[in-house]
Design a protein around this ligand. Structure first.
Ligand code: MN3
Length: 200
């Protein structure tokens, strides 16, 4: 059974970029709802004790009548669990091997930010913008709804939630303004950790 993870900071810690009320609702209502629905779908089955990573890594192993619930609600639980850790007050820029990899793949940090933001902006409707590691090779992609790069065999290392619930209260329909603000709270240390692990 899945449980709501504690945030590694206070709800107001990402102000003024992400407002406290949005953080609180996003964590206690939206994330909790994904958990409740995933648990309800898997309760009493052999899949209830598996990790969400294992389930999402190979959705074809999940019985067909549970697959959508795992994909949507399990995906929501997994994506949000990562998202909270991918942010922290302070922000900054990547360093070390990740900085090198970004430079060689995208031609520099600014160009990477432009391409990532454009991909997240271009996601029609609800979904996520991602930087993923495909066996160490960096890739920018977006997914619809709560789909995760993990189900495509890629390791998500940075993600931005572009569902309206992530920004509407503060930014209204201005998704671009939200993404611009979000760059100020990226937890690059965690992203670097995920990148290193993805290379085995
Ligand atoms: Mn969300």
């Amino acid at each position: 059974m899945f449980e709501l993870p504690k945030l590694p900071y206070d709800y107001n810690a990402l102000e003024p970029y992400i407002d406290a009320e949005t953080m609180q609702l996003h964590h206690t209502k939206h994330h909790q709802a994904y958990i409740n629905n995933a648990n309800k779908a898997l309760e009493g089955t052999e899949f209830a004790n598996k990790s969400v990573e294992e389930l999402l890594s190979d959705l074809s192993k999940v019985p067909q009548d549970k697959r959508n619930a795992v994909r949507n609600h399990g995906g929501g639980h997994y994506n949000h669990s990562l998202f909270w850790k991918m942010m922290k007050p302070g922000g900054g820029e990547p360093s070390g091997e990740l900085a090198e990899a970004i430079k060689s793949k995208f031609g520099g940090f600014d160009k990477f930010q432009e391409q990532f933001s454009a991909k997240a902006m271009g996601q029609f409707g609800s979904g996520w913008g991602w930087l993923a590691s495909n066996n160490g090779e960096l890739e920018i992609l977006s997914t619809a709804n709560q789909d995760t790069p993990l189900s495509e065999g890629k390791t998500p290392i940075l993600g931005v939630d572009v569902w309206e619930h992530a920004y509407y209260k503060k930014f209204g329909p201005a998704r671009a303004e939200y993404i611009k603000a979000w760059w100020n709270v990226v937890n690059w240390g965690f992203v670097e950790e995920l990148f290193a692990k993805s290379k085995g």
